[in-house]
Design a protein around this ligand. Structure first.
Ligand code: SF4
Length: 465
């Protein structure tokens, strides 16, 4: 266990997050005390550790800043850099992403311009492999990133699924237990969409994309989903529906999505192994995935999600999953590192994939190499706290088949109008100034307190009608 004592106690959560990442790789017991102060504008960080007698390291950093916000960001960054170097030295552990703990390493990489490689390698200690993922992702994004602040995205949330996956902690309620509220939810959602459509019209806003996510939007009864699609009806180049569960794709559903000009669908196998699908609470089989894929493959751009480090799956199993997905030849493949969320069934059952760090590292490295070798380029990536091996989630696409909405949401550079329980709208004001408005998470609360949502939405978007 690594015990950290801070003086002053500042950025405790961020620094402890870094400590916890190391703890995935070492059993070493060490007490670390870290203090810092400023001398003539120079930040001096002093770190002592109990492992070696009289061990003390001092780091000095000088930096310029333009605002209080920037000062805090930089101060925290230097403290993490110093702490990383000491713990890495003591334990002999090098983390794949070095001292980086944030969700969006690509955004940070872009910030450093031509110095990015050097800073990421020597200051942040990012490994060669991860630097390559970041660089390749940034390269793909250059062609599709939002350069115009006048364009936004439109998101609609459907918080229902056929069943709950064992790793899920989303507010996503099995749809058969929610039948009584589906109509009312749809009705309210349509009202919210109509309000925001009018806002778009009156402000002459252009859309980059529409995305219906969840949950599993295609688990809604077809007549209700049609009402939503009919209401949305806006001209847009990219229109995604996150079907997710292959067992929700029927010929009628495909016709409906085509009728309303959906361009992109997610059909998520997660794995092609039936025993794992059963173990993680998905109610479909490998054959369902193949059937669904055959129904949609020539009609939409298809994304397929896979997960590394699912319970009971070896490196070989995972490699086979990747190879099978590539053979199907979808427009994009997204590889997630299993993240055991609080509240998920896997967490409750005590499944801990942090014991599989090396194996998971090899899985993720394999997916990167195999997908790039087979014509898929990484185009967006993000990290979550406490994934096995502190690894990442990456989506890969064939050239020209990237999902613009996914890039926008991950790069945090595009405003989003979001409707539905659990959704969050965001307005990009300027760098580091992003404001958000949240709709209530629970579908029942969304229905009951709908007037409050509309009032909040009007205030947030400064709507007067
Ligand atoms: S499909 Fe997604 S949202 Fe639905 S239960 Fe599974 S992980 Fe959760």
């Amino acid at each position: 266990m690594i015990k950290l004592e801070l003086n002053p106690v500042k950025y405790e959560n961020d620094l402890l997050e870094l400590v916890r990442m190391f703890e995935q790789f070492t059993d070493m017991n060490v007490d670390i005390s870290m203090s810092f102060e400023y001398y003539n504008g120079v930040l001096e960080v002093k770190i002592k550790a109990s492992t070696f007698e009289n061990f003390i390291k001092i780091y000095r950093y000088q930096f310029d800043y333009n605002s209080e916000l920037e000062f805090k960001r930089l101060e925290k960054r230097y403290l993490k850099m110093a702490l990383y170097k000491v713990i890495s030295f003591i334990t002999g552990v090098n983390l794949p992403y070095g001292c980086l703990t944030g969700i969006r390493p690509t955004k940070l990489y872009r910030e450093f311009g031509e110095n990015a490689d050097e800073v990421f390698t020597y200051d942040f200690n990012v490994s060669y492999e991860k630097l390559k993922v970041i660089k390749d992702t940034v390269n793909t994004q250059n062609a599709i990133k939002n350069r115009n602040n006048d364009k936004i995205d439109f998101y609609v949330h459907i918080p229902f699924c056929p069943s709950r996956c064992a790793y899920c902690s989303f507010i996503s309620t099995p749809i058969n237990k929610q039948k009584a509220i589906l109509e009312e939810y749809t009705e309210k959602l349509i009202k919210e969409i109509r309000l925001m459509k009018r806002y778009i019209r009156e402000n002459k806003i252009k859309l980059r994309s529409i995305y219906i996510g969840g949950g599993t939007p295609t688990s809604l009864p077809i007549d209700l989903l049609e009402k939503i699609l009919k209401t949305l009806n806006m001209r847009v180049k990219e229109f995604t529906v996150e079907a997710g569960r292959p067992d929700t794709i029927t010929p009628e559903m495909v016709d409906l999505l085509l009728k309303y000009k959906v361009t992109r669908l997610s059909i998520n196998p997660q794995t092609f192994l039936n025993r794992t699908l059963k173990a993680i609470g998905r109610k479909h089989t490998n054959q369902d995935t193949l059937n669904a894929y055959n129904l949609v493959k020539d009609k939409f751009d298809i994304n397929m999600d896979l997960i590394a480090a699912l319970p009971g799956e070896s490196l070989k199993d995972f490699e086979n999953n990747i190879k099978k997905a590539v053979k199907l030849n979808p427009a994009s493949i997204t590889v997630h590192t299993l993240y055991i969320k609080a509240g998920s069934d896997l967490k409750v059952e005590g499944y801990n994939n942090n014991e599989r760090n090396t194996e998971v590292f090899n899985m993720i490295n394999f997916s990167f190499k195999y997908l790039e070798d087979n014509g898929y380029n990484p185009y967006y990536m993000y990290r979550q706290k406490y994934t096995a091996g502190s690894l990442e989630n990456v989506s890969y696409a064939k050239p020209g088949k990237e999902c613009v909405y996914n890039v926008d949401i991950m790069e945090d550079d595009t405003s989003i109008i979001a409707c539905g329980a659990g959704s969050s709208s965001k307005l990009i004001k300027e760098r580091d100034l992003i404001v958000r408005q949240f709709d209530f998470k629970e579908p029942k609360e969304y229905i009951l307190r709908f007037d409050e949502i509309i009032a909040k939405k009007k205030e947030f978007f400064e709507i007067n009608f």
